[in-house]
Design a protein around this ligand. Structure first.
Ligand code: MG
Length: 204
């Protein structure tokens, strides 16, 4: 039996499939007693210490706790993510590419979320280098990649013919040239367009 083709849409995990900042807030409150974090005002999540007014060391501890061990599996998906992805996985393999650090059980989390799909239908790649991420997508002939980090979207657009789609988050609410989706219904609405392109590729 030959493998099914890759779905023309591929996905980042944190901030697209999983609500990583709600997860951050849950860990901050339960394990560190920190409440009232305002993620709506976060403009740059690489400077969370400044944005949230917490010491760097505390941010580091929260991130370690939320990404590893028992907390990692408690990440909540966005509404509709599991249902839409399960539908997309009926006749395609699904590729997820995440910048999560090695050893974090993100693959187990995705597989658990999509437990109704055969295991071979799902591939989760941990790629911290955005350059490598772009190459990987091109290699798999992915048509569009849903991502919440604008820097990565720009890089994908420059390096490949993969179309970056921005999943709306407070930290990507600035001017940019990419199409924006706000929820998983809007992601599902993209499928027809990009599948169509797959069937009739543009002439070289
Ligand atoms: Mg992300």
């Amino acid at each position: 039996m030959t493998d099914l083709p890759w779905h023309p849409l591929s996905f980042d995990v944190d901030g697209v499939v999983g609500d990583i900042f709600a997860h951050f807030a849950a860990v901050a409150e339960a394990e560190f007693g920190i409440t009232g974090l305002d993620f709506d005002s976060v403009r740059n999540y690489t400077q969370l210490d400044k944005e949230l007014g917490l010491p760097r060391e505390t941010i580091f501890k929260i991130v370690q706790t939320m990404l590893f061990g028992q907390w990692a599996m408690r990440l909540k998906p966005y509404p509709g993510a599991a249902e839409v992805l399960t539908r997309l996985g009926q006749d395609h393999r699904l590729l997820f590419v995440t910048a999560r650090p090695d050893g974090s059980p993100v693959e187990a989390w995705v597989r658990n979320l999509l437990a109704d799909l055969p295991p071979k239908r799902i591939e989760v790649r941990l790629v911290s280098d955005p350059d490598h991420k772009a190459h990987l997508l091109a290699e798999h002939r992915i048509r569009a990649f849903v991502e919440d980090r604008l820097d990565t979207c720009h890089l994908i657009a420059v390096k490949t013919s993969v179309v970056p789609i921005v999943f709306a988050q407070p930290w990507n609410r600035v001017r940019h040239p990419f199409e924006v989706v706000r929820n998983w219904s809007e992601i599902e609405a993209l499928v027809e367009r990009f599948s169509g392109e797959n069937i009739a590729p543009a002439a070289p």
